[in-house]
Structure formats: structure tokens, C-alpha cells
Ligand binder design. Sequence first.
Ligand code: PLP
Length: 229
Amino acid sequence: MRDTLQHIDNAAHSSGRPAPRLLAVGKTRPADAVAALAAAFCDLRPGEVPAFGENYVQETAAKQAGLAVMRDVPTIEWHLIGHLQSNKAREAATLFDWVQTVDRPKLVTALARHRPDNRPPLNLLIQVNIDDEASKHGCRPDEVPALARAIAAHANLRLRGLMAIPAPAEDESVRRRAFAAMRECFETLRADHPHIDTLSMGMSDDYPLAIAEGASMVRIGTALFGARG
Ligand SMILES: *Cc1c(COP(=O)(O)O)cnc(C)c1O
């Protein structure tokens, strides 16, 4: 945890950008590994809330249940970063503080309907398919404004920004272009929604590049936990 936070700070410093927030990606990792990393984060960054990303609703429910019976686990902010089917929207709206993978109007409606009344607004990122025509997930950049308006119409949802998973590319300049295109998309959206503050992009193998192009949140699994089995 210490090394990863340091690398993030270094990447931000060397590109003259503010340091982005770390989202620790815990998919496939057991609850005790998540608890240990959350505790390490709180030691290193007192006063900040550790944020963890998960890809699957079922796995998250099981992991949260596991954490609930452990001692001294810090409060964790939970982010859904995997594709969400509409029939899982109820569970997702209950388990998560953020959903980063909103890519169609139907999902906005379902999340608003199912967000429990006793919880603060659900934070949402619109997932943009920035460079991969073949990918099934994420909306096209030209669909972002309508989705943002749909989210803004619900008092129990809060639009926070954009998320992307650019297609893997050997060529660094290709990746950099995708991140830069996301930054542009984000600035365009912010002209109409000035409160948005989150551009989620960059993973273990490319986060310094994403930071150089203006990521405000990086999603890191392997570099924190080791290789997935
Ligand atoms: C798994 C995953 C990550 C983290 O990937 P690493 O390469 O392990 O850092 C980030 N974002 C999403 C959407 C993921 O599914």
C-alpha cells in the first residue's frame, strides 16, 4: 500500500497534476486481505476513507458479510466497477456507495428506484467506451450528455463524472490518446455539470500514463494485492 501510494504521488508530481484518489480493486481477494489493506491505508492516510472496487454484486455481498463479523475493520467506501445487469440494480443500489459503470438510461431508472431511502445519494460515473467499437460495455461519447441529464433528474443519484477502461494497446501513444480523449469528454461534460469531480481511469499497468492525462481516480488491483490466481 505504501509503495503504491508513493508511486501515485510521484507520477502526479512529475506530470504537474494533483494526486488522484486510489481505488483498491479487491475482486477475487478474500475479506481478510481487503481488511488488511484498508487498515494499512488508514494508517498512511489518517482521516481519509479507503475506497474499494468490486466487479460482481454477489462477491461483494459475501465479502461485506465477511468483513461485518471481523474486528476493527475501518469503514470502507464501496465502488462497483463491473458491468451491471438491470436485474441486479436493486442489490447494487444497496451494497455500493458508487456505481462507476452506468452506460444506459434503463440502469439510471433502476438505480434511482432501488436506492434505499435511508442512504445518501448514490454516486454515479458514466462509463464511456472511448476507443473500442467492439466492446459491449460503456456508452458512446455522444451519448454522455443525455445520460448525465437523466441522472441529474433524480435527487437520490449524484453524477460525479466519467469512467473508462481503454482497450489494451501495446503502443503507449495509443493509450495516451484514449486517456486524453476521456479528459476532453470530461471537460465538455463539466461545462454543463460544474460539480463533477471524478475521472476514473488507469489500472496497474498504465496508471502513470492516466495520471499524466488527468485521471482523478486510479483503479489498482494487481499492483496492490499481487497477481490474481
Ligand atoms: C480488475 C479491474 C481493475 C484493476 O486491474 P489491475 O490490472 O489488477 O490493476 C481496474 N478496473 C476494472 C474495471 C477492473 O475490472
